[in-house]
Design a protein around this ligand. Sequence first.
Ligand code: HSE
Length: 394
Amino acid sequence: MKKLNIGLFGFGTVGKGLHDVITRIDNPNVSIRRVCVRDITKKRDADLPFTDNPDEIFNDPEINLIVELIDDAEAAYSIVKRALESRLPAVSGNKKMLAYHIEEMIDLQEKTGTPLLYDASACGSIPVIRNLEEYYDNDLLISVKGILNGSSNFILSKIFNEHMGYAEALKLAQDLGFAESNPTLDIDGWDSVFKLVILTIHAFGTYVAPENIFTYGISTMTDAEIRFANQHDRRIKLVAHVEKMPDGKVTLSVMPHLISRNKYIYSVEDEFNGVVIKGLFYYKQFMFGQGAGGHPTGSAVLSDITASGYDYRYEYKKRHESEIPEFTNDRLFRVYYRYSDSNYEYLVPFRSISEKYSSKDFSYIIGEVNLKDLLPLQEQLRKPECFIAAYPND
Ligand code: HSE
């Protein structure tokens, strides 16, 4: 492995986590040479050379790897772009930046011959991207489905298992360093959709922009659906899902699912993530691990760093196949739709209805909807008056 002198951008939860992990592992080939932060005056409990000037990193001839762990996606984009254009290998943890710019980053890697690694950006400590890249490099993959956001899963666990209130559970997720600085990204499904976009590129080769994917979270969930789930021996989980349909097209979504006890992800609790990979000849495989938090994610970043030390690069094999699957939203889902205001009764254009329940406080409908009809309703559905969740038959 070559000796790596890191120029690090960002020293938040993951940056600090990476520093701790590097200090504990004590690999003589890996050292942080300089850290660029936004606010140089902030007191930090680390004996490292800090700067607020990116040039001090980019102009240092000793630095041979850029590691970008900052929150701001546009700043992350500029840093990674500058690194690749300067022929400096890079590691990034910024899922939002990647979800919007991954195609450009793939081109840039090819053009400059400089690698960018980002396994840490999706599912924290679980090496999903590298596995999709290396092992599942054939056309027999059917779907990748799972819990990709630790914070929302943590909140759901606390609500379902410990009867904690929503606000209290969210505060705890923030205090433990799982949540994004804007936790809406976690609970409304955005963080999951960014990760799903990245996984889809490596699973099927297809790029789908986040705005074309139905993305819906748990922020309007109430006691009504918690009771419904408990009565039907199910749990609510925020699920990201990409599936290749029999017509060869892929469909993607992020939404809460009412999960039955016989599913692997039923038992994924707290900040853990779980990913179920389905293939034509092996049915199902399951990957499970901590998806958020400074040390698990820092350890995933270190794994990207050492992989870079061995000159590992993503090959994007599925992008080179003659037919990259097309994306479609034309897919039927069975859903549970709850509304507590009669103005919302006809908001969702059901293709068929199998059950309807009405009470003084709320009503619900169970039936089939097409994903392409839900996408334009995404914002309206995010009102406290309603909540929708996939309700699979099994
Ligand atoms: N906020 C993210 C989560 C952090 O909760 O999963 C890890 O990407």
